[in-house]
Design a binder for this molecule. Structure first.
Ligand code: SF4
Ligand code: SF4
Length: 182
């Protein structure tokens, strides 16, 4: 019997068009206000989960959203010279890591990560997208279907785990072997 079910998942994304970014930093302010405690009680770009970088070589602004925290600092420390300006690999990296202060709460030092403004009730659009009047940020959603274990299968696992906890793995295995032969 097939114990798998198909479940819909929504993948959220924010598309960035650097050509439209004016470097106004409204996205940073909106993000920090939304995540302030209590909500909207303060505005501090240092607490934003989006950071607008200036790419001087191409003379453009690049908004970067905070990704996963990483313990391991990158092994590579290559630098790139473009039009006489030096860039290192960290410049446009979205991770919070021990090597730099980007995407860290300025008070606690804890890493910050974009949570797509998950809230209850859900917001219609992430705050940074709402705040960007230049159209540089576009919110996108797409549906994917994934195989998940059926509730029946999950219940069976919970029951087995409880039996193993109570009687021990060996006794449960012996019983299963005996019953399956009969
Ligand atoms: S609000 Fe929009 S235009 Fe302003 S810095 Fe952020 S992404 Fe760029
Ligand atoms: S989606 Fe929300 S949490 Fe993520 S950067 Fe934008 S405002 Fe901040």
């Amino acid at each position: 019997m097939d114990d798998k079910l198909l479940k819909k998942r929504i993948i959220k994304n924010i598309k960035v068009d650097t050509k439209k970014c004016a470097g106004c930093r409204a996205c940073e302010m909106a993000c920090s206000a939304f995540h302030a405690v209590p909500k909207y009680s303060s505005v501090n770009s240092g607490r934003s989960r989006i950071m607008v970088l200036i790419d001087e070589v191409r003379d453009m602004f690049v908004p970067i959203r905070a990704g996963e925290y990483t313990e391991a600092e990158c092994n590579g420390r290559n630098t790139y010279i473009i039009d006489g300006k030096e860039y290192n690999e960290c410049t446009f990296c979205p991770a919070s890591c021990p090597s730099r202060d980007a995407f860290r709460d300025p008070d606690s030092g804890l890493p910050l990560k974009c949570d797509m403004c998950e809230d209850d009730p859900p917001v219609e659009k992430p705050m940074c997208v709402e705040a960007c009047t230049f159209g540089a940020l576009t919110y996108e959603e797409r549906e994917v279907w994934e195989e998940v274990e059926s509730a029946k299968h999950g219940e069976m696992e919970i029951g087995l785990k409880a039996m193993i906890k109570k009687h021990g793995l060996k006794k449960v295995m012996d019983t299963v072997a005996r019953v399956s032969k009969s």
